[in-house]
Design a protein around this ligand. Structure first.
Ligand code: NAP
Length: 437
């Protein structure tokens, strides 16, 4: 019998994800050892408070508040504390002491990824982060390895389960945003402070990570255009349904041509998705990432975007990969950022739009609006009109205008002109249409 390598694994954090990782490592140690080609010894678990209640029972002798001591001498360090510091410092210490690291920390990677990847590159260590985007769904490895020989053109991802749950409830059960958010909070999908989710911040961090991998370019978080779902109301969801769409918070990462040169766009916003598009059938708190690659065509990755045990699956996959690399020897593979494509501001992006206007119900209005749109270079594809009694009982028409593909800057200037026009009472909403351009 060949002697197996023995690898020391340090775990930082035993919360929702960490406690499940520890439990699975302890339960399935023998099986994981067979897959990894090395025994994996969980040498300790760093926490803030060793007496805090845990989701699962863990051996108390493994718990410690001394993360630094744990890191020294570990072959693999798993960081599941979250936040920027001290997670960043601990990861750098682990890398510099020769360990491979596994993390699910999207906030850290989206803001300090280059520092961590450079440090790993310097010493030949490897950083694994499958769980940082879309929880249990394998998407980092497919982008990094499986599609490394292809050219990704576009990614559209539902990468935030909380907002998908809220928008899905609003669509299916006609709830207001507030009522759907309250339900998400009661079920534990939303944090007490839901800003990171409903403001689109969490999705923007994931978009930066996905775009970086897909386009071999460092994508700073500041370069990601971000809009959340806070402005989405029941009337927009109802209008979307009537027009055959569903509203989804999308992370869109796209390869574009700007003056004949390749560039990319990375953006997060609520968008209208055709109800026949595969992303429209992503319900509840699930996530999905739709990838369009030059040779592979359309691919969709779907599943649980969060959850302790689900996310632990992705973390353990990384642990096995790290163990295999240790057994095989050699240096880690550096992150590929060589393409270094320019990142375009939102104004340069082209897509289709749906503009909803409240206008005075009188003759000539439609012609005036058509003139403003045409002057702005925005071509109209569809117009739907309904009439209702408006303020003071004066009849008001509601116009829902679908446009052909237009440049965001032209559209935004045109909407300003519409808002300033005498015939427009209110610009009720402007939503992008994605997935059917
Ligand atoms: P969590 O439940 O808040 O757990 C954090 C753990 O880290 C706790 O055990 C805490 O110790 C420990 N910790 C925090 N600061 C520490 C410090 N300074 N020193 C030592 N220990 C410290 O977090 P989580 O939900 O498991 O998330 C962990 C990571 O996974 C985050 O980066 C998150 O974004 C990512 N992630 C989570 C999910 C999910 O479904 N939860 C999905 C995908 C990715 P105490 O227990 O003593 O307080």
């Amino acid at each position: 019998m060949i002697d197996q390598r023995h690898l020391r694994v340090a775990l930082l954090g035993a919360g929702s994800v960490g406690s499940q990782v520890a439990s699975l490592l302890l339960q399935h140690g023998d099986e994981l050892a067979d897959r990894a080609g090395a025994t994996l010894e969980l040498v300790g678990i760093a926490v803030r408070d060793v007496d805090a209640p845990r989701d699962v029972d863990l051996p108390v002798e493994l718990l410690t508040t001394d993360a630094e001591a744990l890191i020294l001498g570990a072959d693999i360090v798993i960081e599941l504390m979250g936040g920027i510091e001290p997670a960043r410092g601990y990861l750098l210490e682990a890398i510099n002491s020769g360990a491979d690291v596994v993390t699910a920390n999207k906030a850290l990677l989206a803001t300090h990824g280059p520092v961590i990847f450079d440090a790993a590159d310097q010493v030949g260590a490897q950083v694994y982060y499958e769980a940082s985007v879309a929880g249990a769904i394998p998407i980092i490895r497919p982008l990094r390895d499986s599609l490394a020989g292809d050219r990704v053109q576009r990614i559209m991802g539902i990468v935030n389960g909380t907002t998908n749950f809220i928008l899905d409830k609003m669509d299916a059960e006609h709830l207001t945003l507030e009522a759907a958010l309250a339900e998400a909070t009661a079920l534990g999908y939303a944090e007490a402070d839901p800003t990171a989710d409903i403001g689109g911040y969490d999705a923007a961090q994931k978009a930066a990570i996905l775009a970086g991998l897909a386009f071999h370019t460092t994508v700073p978080l500041e370069a990601v255009h971000r809009e959340g779902i806070t402005e989405i109301d029941k009337s927009m969801i109802d209008a979307a349904r009537k027009a055959g769409y569903v509203v989804k918070l999308l992370a869109v990462c796209e390869r574009l041509l700007e003056a004949g040169e390749e560039a990319i766009s990375v953006r997060v916003y609520p968008a209208l998705v055709d109800r026949k598009h595969p992303l429209a059938s992503v319900h509840g708190a699930n996530n999905a990432v739709f990838v369009q690659a030059e040779a592979a065509g359309d691919l969709m990755f779907y599943g649980a975007g969060a959850g302790g045990i689900q996310t632990a699956s992705a973390v353990l996959g990384d642990v096995v990969s790290a163990a295999r690399r240790h057994v095989a020897g050699g240096v880690g593979v550096a992150e590929s950022t060589r393409a270094n494509l320019p990142i375009l501001p939102i104004g340069h992006v082209s897509t289709r739009y749906q503009i909803t206007l409240e206008v005075a119900d009188q003759t000539g209005v439609l012609a005036t609006i058509a003139g403003i749109l045409s002057d702005g270079g925005v071509s109209v594809a569809t117009v739907e009109q309904t009439t209702a009694a408006g303020v003071d009982g004066a009849p008001t028409a509601r116009l829902v205008i679908g446009t052909h593909t237009a440049r965001e800057q032209d559209l935004s200037d045109t909407v300003d002109h519409l808002a300033a026009s005498d015939v427009v009472t209110r610009v009720a909403s402007v939503l992008r249409v994605e997935g059917s351009n």
